[in-house]
Design a protein around this ligand. Structure first.
Ligand code: SF4
Ligand code: SF4
Length: 135
């Protein structure tokens, strides 16, 4: 069993199609949706974790690409450099999983690696480069 975290971008013509259903049914994959958004021009974006046998993962991703879905791999890991962090809290609203959180009493920011899905949304908002993508 292998796992792969990917970002799927659906063109407007594919939004609403039962694509995730086919991934599960036809390719025997388990699919965990970590984040879902639809942008104003109706482009869909899903951050998902796919689990399954290697060949089925490859075939499922090939199926998505053939349909016109853009498939991007997520970064492997995010590192929080505590010594660079000024606890400015700019990253807190950007983090969808609360991997970055702030203690409202002490106003100290902390990072939970277990909750991080490596979506990279925090990277560009940190003014002190305290967050780094590890490829
Ligand atoms: S990459 Fe950043 S924004 Fe995304 S889950 Fe991890 S800490 Fe939160
Ligand atoms: S944006 Fe950067 S410096 Fe500010 S709290 Fe988050 S990690 Fe720390």
């Amino acid at each position: 069993m292998q796992k792969k975290r990917i970002v799927l971008t659906f063109p407007p013509s594919l939004v609403g199609q039962p694509i995730t259903y086919h991934l599960v049914k036809d390719y025997d994959l388990m699919l965990n949706i970590l984040r879902a958004t639809v942008t104003p021009n109706e482009q869909g974006r899903l951050v998902v974790e796919l689990s399954g046998q290697r060949k089925q993962l490859d075939d499922g991703i090939a199926y998505l690409k053939a349909l016109g879905v853009e498939v991007q791999s997520l970064a492997q890991d995010i590192k929080w450099h505590e010594e660079k962090c000024t606890h400015c809290t700019a990253c807190i609203p950007a983090c969808p999983t609360h991997a970055l959180s702030v203690d409202r009493t002490t106003m100290e920011v902390s990072f939970s690696k277990e909750q991080c899905i490596a979506c990279e949304l925090c990277i560009s908002v940190c003014p002190y480069r305290a967050l780094e993508v590890l490829i």
